[in-house]
Write a protein that binds this ligand. Structure first.
Ligand SMILES: [Zn+2]
Length: 239
């Protein structure tokens, strides 16, 4: 019976490993999806910031066109100076030139403002680009390590399944069935360790005499509280 209990204990550990891998299998795709989403959010944000710069560049070009057309108008008006005949015409032309000059100096100022804004944004942008590149690299690395863990888990799964197959043949069918039933009813745990007279499945004390018997691992003893099969692993460091 001692061997049987040892085999059963090993089977229990394998079943817990398998359960863990199964949970991980469900978790990994969600994790990868989250990382992908984070990457596209960062990329979109950066794109939006670049869009802002593009818009300002467009505004700048538009203002420069206005400015050069104003300058053209000033030149033309000044060219008409030699053609004026009366003082009234002369005054009117001067006023016209002054008005256009006023507009053009406002345009110049506006262009300078836009240029300053563009410079500022570009400075931020190049900083942000570096930050985003570093972040994307980090996320890629996280993704890769998740994928590696996935691959390792699949290898582990195969190994555990093979060992499980062997064990389930070595364990007496009656004991195996009992374990299986308990496992189904008790959150995947059918056989538990006992430490310091305490069932490690439900953490209820067992009678001292029972603990003495359990330590021998010679017979199937079940926890009076949770019904699980009790196994004594020794008082050494529990795994
Ligand atoms: Zn118990």
């Amino acid at each position: 019976m001692k061997d049987q209990l040892e085999l059963l204990w090993e089977l229990q550990k394998i079943d817990l490993d398998l359960r863990h891998i199964k949970e991980e299998r469900e978790r990994y795709p969600r994790e990868i999806k989250k990382l992908d989403e984070r990457m596209s959010i960062e990329k979109e944000r950066l794109q939006a910031e670049k869009g802002k710069v593009d818009l300002l560049e467009k505004e700048r070009r538009e203002k420069e066109r206005q400015l050069s057309s104003s300058q053209e108008k000033i030149k033309k008006a000044e060219g008409r100076m030699s053609e004026v005949k009366t003082n009234k015409e002369y005054q009117a032309l001067l006023t016209e030139i002054e008005t256009i000059k006023g507009a053009s100096s406002r345009e110049e100022e506006e262009i300078l403002q836009v240029l300053e804004e563009i410079d500022e944004l570009k400075k931020d942008l190049s900083k942000r680009e570096k930050e985003v590149a570093a972040l994307l690299e980090k996320i890629e690395a996280e993704k890769k390590s998740t994928q590696e863990r996935m691959a390792q888990d699949e290898i582990l799964w195969k190994e555990r399944m093979e060992r499980r197959e062997v064990l389930s043949k070595q364990i007496e069918s009656k004991l195996y069935k009992l374990y299986h039933t308990l496992k189904e009813k008790r959150q995947g745990v059918g056989v538990v360790n006992v430490k310091k007279e305490t069932c490690q499945g439900c953490f209820v004390h067992i009678p001292p005499q029972m603990f003495i018997e359990v330590q021998k691992n010679n017979e199937i003893i079940r926890c009076p509280n949770c019904n699980r099969i009790l196994y004594f692993k020794g008082e050494g460091k529990a795994k």
